[in-house]
Write a protein that binds this ligand. Structure first.
Ligand code: PMV
Length: 329
């Protein structure tokens, strides 16, 4: 008998707007067919991480295993996140054993921490036999966990991951709610993804950019606004299914990200390779300084995945899907 209960959440990519979204500009993100699964058992249950093995979780184990006890084992961030779970659900969660594995690497701009947050919440809800959280409650609780990992996140990651699918997001400027809209995509959005190493931390990248921007505030502000305009145009192109235009706008977005200093020679080389091999467009996804590069393709991403692999970086094909359904597969 397996007595583990699972919570799953997909990873995500950002098609338009990372960094500028922190400063109030719109962004477009989408969930993918890979993610994080958390197994939850009662303390004396016999299930362990072994039960997580399955076709979905063959690779990229995150190797996290911890109890929801602030004094328990596990990396610092995870321990703090577990303390938040105790705040949200009370002492009863101290009797749970949680383990997480996934098919997205951590710290690569693919939303691993937000996916972990949402998967934890789904798993704990289930093991406590509570009804599934409504979208807004899930987003709010995931934000409490995400803040532990990211300090002051814009919210695009955990909101997209909690909702699933392709999402247009704009953070609130004051006390009001963020603007969140699910987009209907008339065409499949197929991607080749390369992981150009770990990106060295979202909070650090955001802080370093803030510091650089201090010296030329007007110039940086215009770049953020330029990125925001690309996200708005990108949204229209996505909703029309005009994939060639989406790709061109992604290339422009990458140019701005390079100007902001969050790209690297390795990322630029991967983007160039993707474009040479026929990608419609390519850019980094997430905080940059390493991490994921995404290339939009018309048909099969396999050629570009192979070209990425020739750079010696882990790569995979994916597409934007309502990734929450993958769990049932
Ligand atoms: O954590 P990442 O690598 O997916 O980056 C998140 C996107 C940023 O805009 C850089 C930060 C944020 O809070 O939106």
């Amino acid at each position: 008998m397996i007595d583990a209960v699972f919570g799953y959440a997909p990873g995500k990519v950002i098609l338009f707007g990372e960094h500028a979204v922190v400063y109030g500009q719109p962004a477009i993100a989408g969930t993918i067919d890979r993610g994080i699964r958390v197994a939850v058992t009662q303390k004396d249950g016999r299930a362990d991480a072994g039960h997580l093995e399955g076709p979905l979780f063959r690779s990229h184990s995150l190797g996290l295993r911890a109890r929801p006890d602030p004094n328990g084992e596990g990396p610092e961030g995870l321990r703090k996140a577990l303390a938040v779970l105790v705040e949200l659900y009370g002492e009863r969660v101290k009797h749970l054993v949680l383990s997480a594995e996934g098919t997205i690497p951590a710290g690569a701009g693919l939303g691993s921490s937000a996916a972990l947050s949402v998967a934890l919440l789904r798993g704990v809800q289930r093991v406590l036999d509570e009804p599934a959280l409504r979208d807004d409650a899930l987003v709010e609780r995931a934000f409490a966990l995400e803040r532990v990992f990211h300090g002051n996140p814009s919210g695009v990651d955990h909101t997209t991951i909690a909702l699933g699918g392709c999402v247009a997001y704009r953070r609130s400027n004051g006390d009001g709610a963020a603007s969140v809209e699910r987009l209907k995509l008339p065409r499949r959005l197929r991607l080749a993804v390369a992981v150009a190493g770990s990106h060295g931390g979202t909070a650090r990248a955001v802080a370093a950019l803030k510091d650089r921007a201090r010296r030329h505030q007007g110039a940086y502000q215009r770049i953020y606004e330029g990125i925001g305009a690309l996200a708005t145009e990108g949204r229209a192109a996505l909703e029309e299914g005009a994939l060639a235009a989406v790709g061109e706008l992604m290339d422009l977005n990458q140019g701005y990200l390079n100007a902001l200093g969050v790209s690297t020679p390795a990322i630029e080389a991967l983007c160039a390779t993707a474009r040479e091999r026929g990608a419609l467009g390519a850019k980094l996804s997430g905080a940059g300084g390493g991490g994921a590069v995404i290339a939009l393709v018309e048909d099969d991403p396999a050629t570009i995945v192979r070209a990425f692999e020739a750079h010696g970086v882990p790569s995979f094909a994916t597409e934007i899907v309502d990734g929450t359904a993958v769990e049932a597969a």
